[in-house]
Design a protein around this ligand. Structure first.
Ligand SMILES: Nc1ncnc2c1ncn2[C@@H]1O[C@H](COP(=O)(O)OP(=O)(O)OP(=O)(O)O)[C@@H](O)[C@H]1O
Ligand SMILES: [Mg+2]
Length: 244
C-alpha cells in the first residue's frame, strides 16, 4: 500500500484564488500505480484564502455561513477536477469528502475506506472545512488525515508531494538552506530547523510526519518532478527527504 498527499502547493498556485496546475497534475497522474493506493490532497488556493478570510478555524458565526459554503463548493470542484484527470489515466479513484464522514472532536468513521480498499478502488480524500463538536465549524488538515490513514492502513510508503525539494534545514530560499536527506524521527525539529512559517504550518507538518514514521516509511519529494516519485516507488536513490 502506498499513501500519497498532493500538497496544495503542488496542485495549485497558492497566490492565485483557484489557480489550478493542470499540467503538473497530469504528469503526476501518469506515474501513479493503479491499485494499492490511497490519495489525499491539500487545499492550496481553493481553500486557504477563503478559510482565512472567513476565519473558519475560529468557529461558527452567522456571517461565516456563506464562506463555509463557498469553501465546500471550491474543495469539491478541486476534488472533481483531480478525479477527472486520474480517471482519464484509468485509476479507479473514488472521492471521500471529509465534511460528509467526520465531525471534529467527535467521530471519524473511516470504515468506508475499508470497503474502497477491499474492492480495489483508490480512495481520494482531502483537507476540508468540516463540522466541529465544540466550535461548530473548523478546518481539518490534510496532513492530520494522512496520519489517521497511515495508522489504520500501515502503508509501506507514505509520500508527501510539495513544491520544494524536501524538508530543509531552514525555509527554502533563505541563504544556506539545504535539503535534509535523512530526517530521524527522534530529531527535534524546533531546535534544528528554523521555522518562520507564520501559521506554524511546517511545525505541524513535521510533527505529523514523525508520527507517521512510526507506521510507515515517509518521503517528502518535489511534485514538479514526478520521476522522483518513481524513484521512491522503485527503491532507487532519489532527490528529497526520508523520515524514518
Ligand atoms: N524547513 C522547511 N522545509 C521545507 N519547506 C518549508 C520549510 N519551511 C517552510 N517551508 C515551506 O512549506 C511549504 C509547504 O507547506 P504548505 O503547507 O504551504 O504546502 P502544502 O502542504 O503542500 O499545502 P496544503 O496545506 O494546501 O496542502 C513549501 O512551499 C515551503 O516553502
Ligand atoms: Mg499545508
Amino acid at each position: 500500500m502506498l499513501l500519497i498527499k498532493f500538497g496544495g502547493s503542488v496542485i495549485s498556485d497558492k497566490t492565485t484564488y483557484k489557480g489550478f496546475r493542470e499540467d503538473v497534475v497530469r504528469r503526476i497522474a501518469k506515474v501513479l500505480p493503479k491499485k494499492d493506493l490511497i490519495l489525499v490532497h491539500g487545499a492550496g488556493s481553493f481553500g486557504h484564502i477563503l478559510a482565512e478570510q472567513y476565519r473558519i478555524t475560529g468557529g461558527f458565526e452567522e456571517w461565516k455561513r456563506i464562506g463555509f459554503a463557498k469553501i465546500e463548493r471550491d474543495m469539491l470542484e478541486l476534488n472533481t477536477t483531480l478525479v477527472n484527470i486520474l480517471v482519464e489515466e484509468e485509476i479507479p479513484v473514488v472521492s471521500v469528502p471529509p465534511h460528509a464522514f467526520m465531525i471534529m472532536g467527535e467521530k471519524q468513521d473511516l470504515e468506508v475506506f475499508d470497503y474502497l480498499i477491499n474492492y480495489g478502488f483508490v480512495p481520494m480524500s482531502y483537507g476540508d472545512a468540516v463540522f466541529d463538536k465544540n466550535k461548530g465549524i473548523n478546518i481539518y488538515s490534510g496532513d492530520l488525515l494522512m496520519l489517521e490513514l497511515a495508522k489504520r492502513y500501515r502503508p509501506e510508503k507514505t509520500i508527501f508531494l510539495t513544491d520544494v525539494d524536501g524538508i530543509y534545514n531552514k525555509p527554502p530560499g533563505e541563504k544556506g538552506a539545504r535539503v535534509i536527506k535523512k530526517f530521524s524521527r527522534n530529531r527535534n525539529a524546533r531546535t534544528e530547523i528554523s521555522v518562520t512559517d507564520v501559521t506554524g504550518g511546517m511545525d505541524l507538518k513535521i510533527d505529523v510526519m514523525k508520527k507517521i514514521a512510526e507506521y510507515s516509511k515517509v518521503f517528502v519529494v518535489n511534485g514538479f518532478y514526478p520521476e522522483r516519485i518513481v524513484d521512491v516507488i522503485n527503491d532507487r536513490d532519489f532527490i528529497g527527504t526520508v523520515v524514518e
